[in-house]
Each structure stands twice: as structure tokens, then as C-alpha cells.
Design a protein around this ligand. Structure first.
Ligand SMILES: Cc1cc2nc3c(=O)[nH]c(=O)nc-3n(C[C@H](O)[C@H](O)[C@H](O)COP(=O)(O)OP(=O)(O)OC[C@H]3O[C@@H](n4cnc5c(N)ncnc54)[C@H](O)[C@@H]3O)c2cc1C
Length: 301
């Protein structure tokens, strides 16, 4: 099948993107890497009279670090994130989640902004952004708005971005101190979307007790989710025992809300999800305990 006819726009500035979105409203859609939007158009699952291609807007690409946060502009490709040494240093969770996204051909075209705006509940980046309390920067003709990750994801493939707004950047807090990070998932084949997945970020204090904990779930609900109960159970405590990690995995599933579908049952997803939480927590805590305070690291608390 071919997409329904559309008018193609190739603006070169953020102002022009905002102008086109204001002019065409619900009839327009931003086009980023096209890895999700183009198949949906080609299968006629969706149609738009105007496509606003973001690929020529140079100001939407790149990564920079400033004041305890890492800014990733929306059109930065997943492949660029994967290769960026600053991302690996500043936000290791983002770097470690990236190779799990599709295949390298998809990561070469797919963008950070596209993945977050598409908001597939089985995607890695939304869970990373939610776990790390990232902030989303949206632009429209009437100005710039910043939205917390906890307010950004509203449902399956639904975010708070309105038809006149474009996502221009995502700001990830840089964790300082003795930290560890992990991301794991189970998929039917390498490169497939996850059936279930978990990310964990841990900071320990000088005595090795958990000072800060963030656990994100993907493929385990209609949106990415935080495992708040498991996080609360960890904070202020010494590293759990193997049984303790298993119990935390079970506890995390209290915050999960998986579905039955053709790929897996909800109960399978819960079982796998509990194991993945236990494993990511164990490896993040261990990494944090082995870590030394990086010189000059900002304590982002
Ligand atoms: C075979 C296959 C396997 C895949 N596996 C995975 C996987 O395992 N994990 C995973 O996370 N993803 C996976 N993907 C999806 C891939 O990561 C896409 O890159 C991503 O979902 C969309 O990014 P994109 O840049 O291609 O966006 P597009 O497809 O261009 O756009 C996606 C949506 O986001 C909107 N959008 C894009 N950018 C903006 C912006 N700046 N502002 C506002 N709205 C915007 C578009 O309008 C559209 O609605 C897979 C895709 C394929 C084809």
C-alpha cells in the first residue's frame, strides 16, 4: 500500500516548524526518522494532509552538558547517542538502553525525539526518561514549555504534545556520587520490541546503603511506569540479599499493568518483569558499590 497523498514541508528552522504546525494544526504531523510514522502512513493506519520534515533543522540535532543535566536535542539519532562518549559518561542508562532499540539500521534513522513522542509503552527511551525524571522541552508559535516526564506520557502512543507543538529537546539529570545503572529486557528476537523490560538507577552512600533509587518499567503497562513501591523499599537500606532482590521484583509488579496480546500473556509479562527488576537492581546496586565518586561530579539532589 502507499500513503494517502500529503503535502511535504522541509523547514530549516524551529520557528518555521512552529509556524507550519500553527498553520495546519491537526492536519499536520512532524516527520523525524520515519521508522514508526512511515510504516503507519504506508499501511494507512493514519493519514495527514501535511508532513513537516524535521530533518533539515540543524538546531534540533546534538547533545550538550550543562548545569547538572544532559540535553539531547530531538533529532539526535539513536545511533549518535550510542556512539557519544559524553552520553555514556553523563547518562549511562540512556547509552545502555540504546543498543536494545531495534536494529542498527533503525537506530541510524530513528531519533530520540521520535521515540519519545511516539510513546510506545514497550520502548526503552520512555522508561529511561521517566525513571530519571527527564524534562521535555516543547515549542509552539506561542513559546516554549517544559514538561516533567511524569506528565508527558498520557497513554499508549499518547503524550501531552498538542498538534501545534514540536518536541525540541529532552533534559536528563546527571546523577553524581556512587551510582550504578542497568537496563534489561526480554524480546522474542534480538531487535524486536520488548515483551517486558526494566531499567534501574541506584546511588549508594559512603556506607554502601541505598541513597537514591529509580526503577522504570516498559512493556508492562499502557505507558512506561515507575515502580514506586520497590524504590521506597530500597531507600535507606543496605544492599538487599538475593532473596531481597526477588521480593523487590515481585513488589515492582504491584505498579505494573500488563496486557494479554498475541505476543505474550499478562501473567507471563509479570513473571518476566519481576525477574528483570530483580536483575537490573542487583547489577545497578553492585555497580554503585564498586564506584567511586567521580571527581567534580555534580550531586544532582
Ligand atoms: C523493525 C522495527 C523495530 C523497532 N524496534 C524498536 C525497539 O525495540 N525499541 C524502540 O524503542 N523502538 C523500536 N522501533 C521504533 C524506532 O525506535 C523509531 O525510531 C521510533 O519509534 C520513532 O522514531 P523516529 O525518529 O523514526 O520517529 P517518526 O517515525 O518519524 O515519528 C514517530 C512519531 O513521533 C512524532 N514525532 C517525531 N518527532 C517529533 C518531534 N520532534 N516533535 C513532535 N512529534 C514528533 C511523529 O509525528 C510521529 O507521530 C522499531 C522500529 C522498527 C521499524
Amino acid at each position: 500500500m502507499k500513503p494517502a497523498p500529503f503535502e511535504y514541508h522541509a523547514p530549516e528552522s524551529v520557528d518555521d516548524v512552529a509556524g507550519l504546525l500553527a498553520e495546519h494544526g491537526d492536519e499536520a504531523k512532524p516527520l523525524a526518522g520515519g521508522q514508526s510514522l512511515v510504516p503507519m502512513l504506508a499501511l494507512r493506519l493514519t493519514r495527514f494532509a501535511h508532513l513537516v520534515d524535521l530533518n533539515r533543522v540543524a538546531a534540533l540535532r546534538g547533545v550538550s552538558r550543562d548545569n547538572g543535566s544532559l540535553t539531547v536535542r530531538a533529532m539526535t539519532t539513536q545511533a549518535a547517542v550510542e556512539r557519544d562518549a559524553e552520553v555514556a559518561r553523563a547518562v549511562p542508562l540512556l547509552a545502555r538502553a540504546t543498543p536494545l532499540i531495534g536494529h542498527f539500521q533503525i537506530r541510524n534513522r530513528g531519533t530520540v525525539g521520535g521515540s519519545l513522542a511516539h510513546a510506545d509503552p514497550a520502548s526503552e527511551y520512555p522508561a529511561v526518561a521517566l525513571a530519571l525524571d527527564a524534562t521535555f522541552e516543547l515549542v509552539s508559535k506561542s513559546g516554549t514549555t517544559r514538561v516533567a516526564a511524569s506528565d508527558f506520557f498520557e497513554g499508549t502512543w499518547q503524550t501531552c504534545i498538542d498538534a501545534q507543538q514540536a518536541l525540541v529537546a529532552v533534559h536528563f539529570p546527571v546523577w553524581g556520587g556512587r551510582c550504578g545503572f542497568a537496563c534489561e529486557e526480554v524480546a522474542r528476537r534480538a531487535g524486536d520490541f520488548a515483551l517486558a523490560g526494566a531499567v534501574a538507577a541506584i546511588e549508594v552512600d559512603d556506607a554502601g546503603a541505598v541513597r537514591r533509587a529509580a526503577v522504570g518499567l516498559f512493556g508492562l503497562g499502557p505507558t512506561p511506569l515507575r515502580a514506586h513501591a520497590a524504590e521506597a523499599e530500597l531507600i535507606g537500606e543496605p544492599p538487599p540479599t538475593p532473596d531481597g532482590y526477588r521480593a523487590l521484583g515481585q513488589l515492582a509488579m504491584r505498579d505494573a499493568d500488563p496486557v494479554d496480546d498475541v505476543h505474550a500473556s499478562a501473567s507471563y509479562r509479570r513473571r518476566v518483569g519481576a525477574h528483570l527488576v530483580a536483575r537490573t537492581l542487583a547489577s545497578a546496586v553492585e555497580e554503585a558499590r564498586q564506584a567511586h565518586d567521580p571527581p567534580g561530579a555534580a550531586r544532582a539532589r
